[in-house]
Write a protein that binds this ligand. Structure first.
Ligand code: G1P
Length: 297
């Protein structure tokens, strides 16, 4: 029987320079989307896909992230005393069982592929997921759960995929399509951040992956790729060349690029509007400023 996907790697070692000065003291993944840190969205999505082991690849300065996953007994006691059951419930929903989380250090910023490779001993010889918390995906069925279902039908490597316009292809891993079957696309491989006009298609890799251990073996080569970094995209392509299937999966849902300020703001507005307790106020405010803006034109 095919092995279930129970382990996920969360690369969180980036310096988050696009969000300076905030990221001088706060890891990017702890930055707040409405009232939850970015990483909590990724954790919730992983849990709903059946992930049991959460492996964080960290770097110097990501201590606040480890603290976030600690229990908060004093805070819980205080809330209990005050009868704040609703807040207690929210707090408890973020608790992780002992031993569910592991942290691995990436000592040098050598790229996403290298970050994933750093977790190789915790993965062993089984398929695993990789989630980039910067990519926040709003979907009825969480994106990784959709992919786990697709994996059951299409064994091999599966990456989340989304169409992007020509002028954006140089910012992503881009799929080289073999056969487009609609939601699932078989590929001949993929290219990391191709030069403008050289992308093999408009289908971009988004930060959700289901990968085989072969990809980890390919990462052993430590071959530098785009930007001089060891790229995950290249190792997946190498697995394809070694005869494994690599699929793109057009997920259902809306992806926010929370690695960019504009994407983060859009996600903030969208997630706030989806919340009953915030929707009316925010909506009224947005209407006011749009009206004022139009009147001034
Ligand atoms: C990473 C991957 C790239 C992928 C992107 C999705 O790039 O290397 O293949 O398309 O995430 O968000 P980054 O955005 O970290 O430069």
């Amino acid at each position: 029987m095919r092995k279930k996907i129970t382990k996920a790697i969360f690369p969180v070692a980036g310096m988050g320079t696009r969000f300076l000065p905030a990221t001088k003291s706060v890891p990017k993944e702890i930055m707040t989307l409405v009232d939850r840190p970015l990483v909590q969205y990724a954790i919730d999505e992983a849990r709903e896909a059946g992930i049991k082991d959460f492996i964080f690849v960290t770097s110097r300065g990501t201590g606040a992230l480890e603290d976030y996953f600690d229990l908060a007994p004093q805070l819980e006691q205080e809330l209990r005393k005050k009868g704040k059951e609703d807040l207690l419930k929210i707090l408890k929903s973020t608790n992780m069982d002992s031993g569910q989380i592991a942290y691995v250090r990436q000592h040098k910023p050598l790229g996403l592929g290298h970050a994933v490779w750093c977790a190789r001993h915790l993965i062993g010889n089984e398929p695993f997921a990789v989630m980039l918390p910067d990519d926040v995906i709003a979907a009825e069925k969480p994106c990784l759960a959709q992919m786990v279902e697709a994996y059951a039908e299409n064994p091999g490597n599966i990456v989340a995929a989304m169409e992007v316009p020509d002028e954006k292809t140089s910012s992503y891993g881009m799929l080289d399509i073999k056969e487009d079957m609609g939601r699932i696309v078989s590929t001949k491989g993929m290219v990391e951040k191709p030069k403008m006009g050289e992308a093999p298609s408009n289908l971009a890799v988004i930060g959700r992956y289901i990968l085989t251990p072969t990809v980890l073996k390919m990462l052993n080569k430590k071959r530098p790729g785009a930007g001089g970094e060891i790229q995950l995209t290249d190792a997946i392509s190498d697995a394809r060349e070694a005869g494994e299937e690599v699929y793109g999966y057009r997920f259902e849902g809306h992806r926010f690029d929370c690695g960019s300020k504009s994407g983060f703001l859009q996600a903030t507005v969208s997630f706030a509007l989806a919340r009953e307790d915030l929707r009316d106020d925010l909506w009224a405010y947005l209407n006011d400023i749009i009206y004022a803006e139009k009147a001034a034109q």
